[in-house]
Structure formats: C-alpha cells, structure tokens
Ligand binder design. Structure first.
Ligand code: ZN
Length: 170
C-alpha cells in the first residue's frame, strides 16, 4: 500500500522517534508499504516519520535503477563516521522539488535490526553513506535544510509550504 508522504512543515517531522522493541506483522507491513511508497515517489530513502509513524524505521535503495537492493533498518545507529567529508546535492520527499548541497562524513558504519529481527552491521560510502545519514536524521527530527543557513532554510520552507497548500487543494 502506498502511503501519503508528509510535506514540511509538519510537527511530526520535528519529533524524536521511539525505538522499535519488537517486530510485529504490522511493523513488517509498514516497512513494505514504505518501500513501495519510496519507489513510487520516486526516492532513494524514506523514514517512518515521513509517513506519520514516529518509530525508528528507515528504508533505502540507492541502486534501484541498476539492480534494486532494498534495505529495511529498524533502530539504525551510526557506529562510526569518517573524518573525510563528502558533499552531495540532497533532496527530500518531504520537501518536494528542492535541492541543496550538504556536507557530511564520507563513510559511516551503521548497525540495525533487519526484517527478520537479526542484528546487522555494514560500512557505507558514496551516495549510500549520505542517504543513510539523511534518513537517520529524520528519526531525530532533523531535515537536510537544517544544515543550511537561515535564509536558505526559510526560503525552502516557504516554497514547501506553498506546495503543500496546492496539493491539499488538489
Ligand atoms: Zn528526507
């Protein structure tokens, strides 16, 4: 099921999300819905708060156009971030059609719980590293525009608000 994606500004996008303590069928279904919604959008990552669920769950796939590799992460945690930095032009399904350069650690190690309840750990670089950091930020109520200066952030927020009103009107 494709779920509607919240558009910034929305108070639910500013909340710290709760850890997931057990993998119910409902949560697995949510993860599946999130993957469908992400591919449909289309996007390369989606966090549960973006569909209004304030739990620590993200999905991502940065190679979907070549050879899809859907990743579902419950309780993702950054174990290590490199001193090397990387700059990518980022966007967000909750801030449609707007992009800005953000600098983040180039390589990260992430631990998470997979769909089967098993702990996983993996190193990410390149676009994957940026994407996973962007999605984990969502679980802490942080958006990529929070890395920008106040003028730019305000401008992008206003545009997003306008788009949200237009979509609500249909
Ligand atoms: Zn985002």
């Amino acid at each position: 099921m494709i779920r509607p994606i919240l558009i910034h500004p929305d108070p639910r996008l500013k909340k710290i999300c709760d850890a997931v303590d057990d993998l119910s069928d409902e949560r697995r279904a949510l993860a599946d819905d999130m993957l469908q919604s992400m591919y449909d959008a289309p996007g390369i990552g989606l966090a549960a708060p973006q569909v209004g669920v304030l739990e620590r769950l993200i999905v991502l796939d940065c190679v979907k156009d070549v050879d899809p590799e859907p990743l579902v992460m419950f309780n993702p945690e950054l174990l290590h971030s490199s001193d090397d930095l990387n700059t990518y032009e980022e966007g967000c399904l909750s801030i449609p059609e707007q992009f800005a350069e953000v600098t983040r650690p180039a390589d990260v190690r992430v631990a998470w719980i997979d769909l089967n309840g098993n702990p996983q750990e993996r190193d990410f670089g390149g676009l994957w590293a940026t994407c996973v950091q962007h999605e984990i930020d969502h679980l802490n109520g942080k958006l990529f525009i929070d890395y920008l200066g106040p003028m730019k952030r305000q401008m992008m927020t206003r545009k997003s608000q306008k788009m949200k009103r237009e979509r609500a009107r249909g």
